[in-house]
Design a protein around this ligand. Sequence first.
Ligand SMILES: Cc1ncc(COP(=O)(O)O)c(C=O)c1O
Length: 396
Amino acid sequence: MSIFDKFQQLAATRQELEKSCDAFFNIVMQDIISGTEAIVNGRPTILAGSNNYLGLSFDSDCIDAACGAVRKEGTGTTGSRMANGTFSGHVALEQELAEFFNRQGAIVFSTGYVANLAMLSTLVGPGEIILLDGDCHASIYDGCRMGSAEVHRFRHNDAQDLEKRLRRLEKRNTNILVVVEGLYSMLGDRAPLADIVSVKNKYGAYLLVDEAHSLGVLGANGRGLAEESDVEDGVDFVVGTFSKSLGAIGGFCVSNHPELDLVRYASRPYVFTASSSPSVIASTRMALKILQKRPELRHRLWDNANMLYNKLQDLGFSMGPEPSPIVAVRLEDKAEAFELWNGLLEQGVYVNLMLPPATPDGSCLLRSSVSAGHTLEQMERICEAFTAVRQLTAAA
Ligand SMILES: Cc1ncc(COP(=O)(O)O)c(C=O)c1O
């Protein structure tokens, strides 16, 4: 018996899928031309699945900041925040995040995934309860698994179901942490945050919102869904990432609870991994400034989002429930999903192909994410590519 025997089913599935679309398994961005374009399979390709919402990964000020930091402080911190890995940039970024979110404290983590691992495995302990939206991201589930709290799920975006469960759990007389996302990463739908806040207040629970996809995207100042829904005071912990609208890599949590700082000492994903390198921290700090100084980026992002959503709806695709920078087409059939995804790639447009079980309702998704960096011409080319593949399937 081999240690790899358990992967046989996976290997068979991969082999089967490769027959329909080997490009899917071999996607390499051979040359990155800009935040919205790369050479893929030797062909210039528009990137419409990058989560680079504000297009800042190629912003010249962010690049200059990263280059300056790498020259001044080196390529890496070579240590954990608790050892030699806290540089002045980490502390400055924490202060800037706290100020931006109007919160007392902030912690910076090495990735958004690590931020969720750290917060969920540490905040809630034995005898306490996490109640999470069923469609939450894998990093939230993994954080729950790493900790020792009891975990319950409520139906996606259903505040009534949340209330029913809170009512049942009330007699347990223990701390409950409710966990939701701002914009959900697969279908781009918003959480009904005002209803969730009012329910969690009624039952005296805590609330953590992962604004990974809504930072820089929602709210008058880009602070996310809590700002847009005018319920920031009702959110105990905001988690997020630097890998989307801030164009880098890293994660954070902000809160008004002064005890947030203690999480640093109790959290293995904070203590036992190297901290973000100086270049990453420097470009993230610059991107956070730009996010605040240039609201026009957010407006351009939403123009692009509405343009693509409306176009795909007009073409008759089955869409996610509301327009957002995540524009998802639902398809029942895997073969059709591969055909359309490959067709788009041949037209020079890259989108994400998401397959069950990674998708919320078992359907296959062609998930696009638009950027403020997409020009009108690029948006038109994305729309034309979808029109062309739609005709292909209509003909078949
Ligand atoms: C909702 C959500 N939370 C957390 C993460 C993890 O962020 P990162 O890629 O920075 O680790 C993601 C990544 O896609 C996400 O969608």
